[in-house]
Design a protein around this ligand. Structure first.
Ligand code: ADP
Ligand code: MG
Length: 241
């Protein structure tokens, strides 16, 4: 399958001296079109940090992120352009803006898209994204009028309004009851059919079971890696699961 996104020997170190934390340690991975990869690990294992590196939100201390085989841009403008052209993010805390309508929240990625679609096209895309998550009725609502599951669906609509090539979802079901969580995962998985590569970080087994493949992260290291040269293989940990 075609590799869309790749991390090559990526590390992220926060802080310096005695407070230094290696949140991601020499991680290599590949994501292909049309697959859903689940990134599993305990709280603090480096999932969010890895997602932010892959999504060009933060920069690796070492290593490289490649998009469609090419090194991601170095300069901030280039990175911002790639971020908007390629990625849809579903953030851990939804990152919904409370005092804006659902419509305005879903519009955010379109505001930053270059070229920016015209007003009519923006409205059509917002409507389409909200229809996909079953929230077309909520266009003019405020987030405070919605339930937790509905708010998460707004966050998903916002992630897909730009037709992203890669969808990065950080614990998208963590705050949801199991029925709503199942529905939200079904929605995220449906993005594969449009050819997107989907990466879902979670520590929920029920979410993990629905992915095509599982990557496990522990103390910033991937335990299973499909790239041979920097394979961290801890058989005992794999056998535990
Ligand atoms: P997870 O998402 O799996 O819970 P994180 O990526 O949030 O893990 O965190 C991994 C490690 O990096 C943790 O030890 C965390 O405390 C640390 N960390 C995360 N973000 C920062 C930051 N901005 N500054 C310093 N340390 C951080
Ligand atoms: Mg996290």
């Amino acid at each position: 399958m075609k590799t869309i996104l790749e991390a090559r020997n990526v590390s992220k170190i926060y802080g310096s001296g005695r407070t230094q934390v290696t949140a991601v340690h020499n991680v290599s991975l590949r994501l292909s079109a049309g697959e859903c990869v689940v990134l599993m690990g305990a709280s603090g294992s480096g999932k969010s940090t890895l997602l932010s590196l892959l999504g060009l939100i933060s920069r690796p201390t070492e290593g490289h992120i490649l998009i469609q085989g090419k090194n991601a841009a170095e300069n901030e403008r280039g990175r911002a352009r790639l971020r908007n052209a390629f990625f849809g993010y579903v953030h851990q805390e939804y990152a919904i803006i409370e005092n804006e309508t659902v419509e305005a929240n879903v519009m955010i990625p379109l505001q930053y898209a270059r070229p920016r679609p015209g007003r009519q096209e923006r409205q059509a895309r917002i409507r389409q994204a909200l229809e996909q998550v079953g929230l077309d009725w909520a266009l003019k609502k405020k987030p405070s009028e919605l339930s937790g599951g509905e708010r998460q669906r707004v966050a998903i609509a916002r992630a897909l309004v730009n037709d992203p090539v890669v969808v990065l979802a950080d614990e998208p079901t963590a705050a949801l009851d199991s029925e709503t969580a199942h529905a939200v995962m079904t929605l995220i998985l449906s993005l594969k059919e449009k050819g997107a590569a989907v990466l879902v970080a979670t520590h929920d087994d029920r979410v993990a079971k629905r992915g095509d493949r599982i990557l496990r992260i522990n103390d910033g290291r991937l335990i299973t890696s499909e790239i041979g040269s920097d394979y961290h293989f801890h058989k005992d940990i794999i056998d535990d699961n």
